[in-house]
Design a protein around this ligand. Structure first.
Ligand code: TPP
Ligand code: SF4
Ligand code: SF4
Ligand code: SF4
Length: 592
C-alpha cells in the first residue's frame, strides 16, 4: 500500500492522531486556537465527539469516558483549563483506565485571547507529563505517545500547543487506526473515591510517578539530542521554537524536547559537562529554564528572550546576538511596511450593534463579557467598560452595585452577556444575584443570538430554538423565572425604538431588571433581507446612521451636491433596517 500523506493543520493532525490511536470519546469547549481539534476528531464515525457546555463539563465527560476504559481526548483553549482546573487537579490523583489526553492551546501574543497564560505551569501543578510537538506530523504522532504513556503510567497526559502550530499546515503521513481494549470501570473506591484517607496515598503516587517519568524521559525517542563539534553552547528547546531556531542554520548543538515535563535531567546533567553553557529557548515563562535550575543545571534563557509574545526567528537571532552565541544578523534589515490599522468590528447587520448603539446613548457604565460583543470595548463603539472572563459580568455587576451602595452611589449598573456565555458560566452568577439581593439597580442584558458566534458558530444550549437539528433548546426566560429571578423582558432589537424604550426603562427601574434580545447572528444564520439605500435628496448629512458603525455605510459626494451624504454598499448590506430607524429624516429606504 502506498503511504498516504496529507497537508494538515496542527488541529486537524491532532484529530487524526486521536483517530489512529483508537480514540473513542473527544470532548471540548470552543475557543481559539483549539476549536478545529474536536471538529476534526468527530468527523470520524468511530469517535463520539461533543462540544460540551463548558470546559469543566467537557473534562468531566472525558473523565467518565476514561474510567469506562475508552481512550479519551479533551481539548480547550488555555483559559479553558482555569474553568476545568477543579476536576483536573483531582483527576490527576486517581487511576485512569482508558488513556486520557488533555490538549490545551496557549496563545502567546494574545492573537485572540483575553490573557497570555503558560499552561505548562498548570500541567506541572497537576503532576502530569506534558508534550510539545513542533509540527503537524509530531502533533499527530504525539497523541499516540501521550495516550500510551497515560495508560502505562496511570495518569492523564497533557499536550501543550500554541496558536501557530494549531493553524499552520505541514505534511503528515497517515497510519491505520489501532484498536485498544481496556477493562470496564472497576469502581474500586480506593482508586476513584477521592476523599481522605484515600487521597493521602495518592499524593505520594503522583510524586513517585513524576520521578519514574523523569527517568523514562532519558530514553524517550521524542527527546532528541542533535550534537555539534562546537562545544560552546547547547540550546535546549521544544515545539515551534525548534523550527524557528532551525531557520537560523547555526553550528550549535540542540537538545529538542518532545516531552517538556518531566525533563531528562540525567541526560541534560551529563550534557552540561560537555558544553560550556546551556541556553534555553522557549516562549512565555522560563518553564524549562526553571526546571533545569531546580535540578542544579546551570543555564540561561529569559535573560536574552522576551517572556511575552511569540518568539519569531528574528527575535531569537537578536537574543542569541546579545548572548554572544552569534556575532551578527544574517537578515537584511527591512523597513517595516506601513499598513493601515484595522480593528475587528461587528459584521453587517450584527444583532449586537443596535444594543450597543442604544447603550452608548445612555452614557452609563457597562460591564461587558466574552463573545462577539466584546468588540464593544474597542473603537469606535467603546461602550463596555470592563471585560474579564466568561460569565464574569454578572458577579462583577453585583459586587460593584454593593460597594456603590455602601458609598451612597445609586448609579445604575448594566451587565451584558451572550447566550453562549450565559450557559457556560453566567448562569451561576445569575442565580447568585438572588442571594442577599436588596434593591440595587442592576440591569442585565442577555444577547441571545442563538449560538456561540465568536468561535465560529457552534451550537449552544438554546440553538435548537433556531435549528431543529440542534438537540437542546433551553428557554432562558423560563429557566430564570423558575429560579426566582424577575420576569425577563424579551425584545427584538431590530425594532430599534421599542428596544430602546425597553432597555432605558429597565435601566431607570430601581431594582433588578432582565432584558433578552432575540435577533440571531447575521453571519452564521446567513440572514439577507432586501438591502437598504440612501436617498441623497432627502439625506441631510447628519451622520447619525454612520454612528451605528455598520460596515456598508459611508459618507460620499454625489454629483451636483456640495455636502457629503450617506450611502450604503448594497453588496454588504444584509437589510437589518437599523440604520433606517435611526435616520431622523427617513432618507434610508428598503430596496424593492
Ligand atoms: C474560558 C473560555 N473558554 C472559551 C473562550 C472562547 N470564547 C470566546 S467568546 C466565546 C463564546 C461567546 O458566545 P456568546 O456569549 O454566545 O457570544 P457571541 O459570540 O455569540 O456573540 C468563547 C467560547 C474564552 N474566551 N474563555
Ligand atoms: S458573527 Fe454574528 S454575532 Fe458575531 S459579529 Fe458577526 S453577526 Fe455579530
Ligand atoms: S440595513 Fe443599514 S444597518 Fe442594516 S445591514 Fe444594511 S447598512 Fe447595515
Ligand atoms: S442619518 Fe439619515 S440624514 Fe443622517 S446622514 Fe444618515 S441618511 Fe443622511
Amino acid at each position: 500500500m502506498t503511504e498516504q500523506r496529507k497537508l494538515m493543520t496542527g488541529n486537524e493532525a491532532i484529530g487524526r492522531g486521536f483517530y489512529e490511536a483508537g480514540g473513542q470519546l473527544a470532548a471540548s469547549y470552543p475557543g481559539s486556537p483549539t476549536v478545529g481539534i474536536l471538529t476534526a476528531a468527530k468527523s470520524y464515525d468511530e469517535i463520539y465527539g461533543e462540544f460540551s457546555i463548558n470546559e469543566k463539563v467537557a473534562l468531566e465527560v472525558g473523565i467518565g469516558a476514561s474510567f469506562a476504559g475508552g481512550r479519551t481526548m479533551v481539548s480547550m483553549k488555555h483559559v479553558g483549563l482555569n474553568v476545568a482546573a477543579d476536576p483536573f487537579m483531582t483527576f490527576t490523583q486517581t487511576k485512569i483506565n482508558g488513556g486520557f489526553l488533555l490538549v490545551t492551546g496557549d496563545d502567546p501574543g494574545m492573537a485572540s485571547s483575553q490573557n497570555e497564560q503558560d499552561n505548562r505551569i498548570l500541567g506541572k501543578f497537576a503532576h502530569c507529563p506534558i508534550f510539545d510537538p513542533s509540527n503537524s506530523q509530531e502533533a499527530k504522532d504525539y497523541v499516540k505517545v501521550a495516550l500510551d504513556i497515560s495508560e502505562t503510567y496511570d495518569c492523564p497526559s497533557m499536550m501543550r500547543i500554541t496558536s501557530r502550530l494549531c493553524h499552520s499546515r505541514s505534511i503528515v503521513s497517515l497510519s491505520e487506526r489501532v484498536s485498544v481494549d481496556r477493562s470496564d470501570f472497576s469502581g474500586d473506591i480506593q482508586d476513584y473515591g477521592m476523599i481522605p484517607p484515600n487521597t493521602f496515598a495518592k499524593q505520594y503516587h503522583m510524586k513517585d510517578r513524576i520521578e519514574v517519568l523523569m527517568e523514562k524521559a532519558n530514553t524517550l525517542v521524542i527527546n532528541e539530542y542533535i550534537p555539534s563539534e562546537n562545544k560552546e553552547t547547547l540550546i535546549v528547546t521544544s515545539g515551534l521554537m525548534y523550527n524557528n531556531l532551525q531557520e537560523l542554520d547555526l553550528d550549535v548543538a540542540i537538545y529538542k524536547l518532545g516531552m517538556i515535563y518531566p525533563l531528562p535531567i540525567q541526560t541534560l546533567t551529563e550534557l552540561s559537562k560537555v558544553y560550556d553553557r546551556i541556553i534555553v529557548l522557549e516562549e512565555m515563562m522560563p518553564f524549562i529554564e526553571d526546571e533545569l535550575k531546580i535540578h542544579g543545571i546551570s543555564c540561561e534563557g529569559k535573560a536574552y528572550f522576551p517572556f511575552t509574545g511569540e518568539l519569531h526567528t528574528e527575535t531569537i537571532e537578536q537574543g542569541l546576538i546579545v548572548a554572544k552565541v552569534i556575532e551578527q544578523s544574517a537578515f537584511e534589515k527591512e523597513e517595516p511596511v506601513e499598513t493601515v490599522a484595522r480593528l475587528p468590528m461587528f459584521c453587517s447587520g450584527c444583532p449586537h450593534r443596535p444594543v450597543f448603539d442604544i447603550l452608548k446613548k445612555t452614557k452609563k457604565k457597562v460591564i461587558g463579557d466574552i463573545g462577539c460583543y466584546s468588540l464593544s470595548v474597542l473603537y469606535p463603539v467603546e461602550v463596555s467598560n470592563s471585560i474579564i472572563s466568561m460569565g464574569a459580568s454578572i458577579g462583577i455587576a453585583k459586587g460593584m452595585a454593593k460597594v456603590n451602595k455602601l458609598k451612597g452611589n445609586t448609579e445604575p449598573i448594566i451587565a451584558v452577556i451572550g447566550d453562549g456565555t450565559f450557559f457556560h458560566s453566567g448562569i451561576t452568577g445569575m442565580i447568585n444575584m438572588l442571594h442577599q439581593y436588596e434593591d440595587e439597580n442592576i440591569t442585565i442584558l442577555i444577547l441571545d443570538n442563538g449560538l456561540t458566534a465568536m468561535t465560529g458558530g457552534q451550537e449552544n444550549a438554546n440553538t435548537g430554538k433556531y435549528l431543529p437539528a440542534a438537540d437542546m433548546k433551553v428557554d432562558i426566560p423560563q429557566l430564570l423565572e423558575t429560579a426566582g429571578l424577575p420576569k425577563v423582558q424579551v425584545v427584538d432589537q431590530f425594532e430599534y425604538k421599542e428596544a430602546k424604550k425597553v432597555i432605558n426603562d429597565a435601566i431607570k427601574h430601581e431594582g433588578l431588571s432582565l432584558v433578552m434580545t432575540t435577533r440571531p447572528c447575521a453571519l452564521n444564520f446567513k440572514i439577507k433581507e432586501p438591502h437598504f439605500y440612501v436617498d441623497p435628496e432627502v439625506c441631510i448629512g447628519c451622520r447619525t446612521c454612520l454612528k451605528t458603525n455598520c460596515p456598508p455605510i459611508l459618507m460620499k459626494s454625489y454629483d451636483g451636491m456640495d455636502k457629503l451624504k450617506s450611502s450604503i454598499d448594497p453588496a454588504m448590506c444584509v437589510g437589518c433596517s437599523v440604520c433606517s430607524q435611526v435616520c431622523p429624516v427617513g432618507a434610508i429606504k428598503r430596496s424593492e
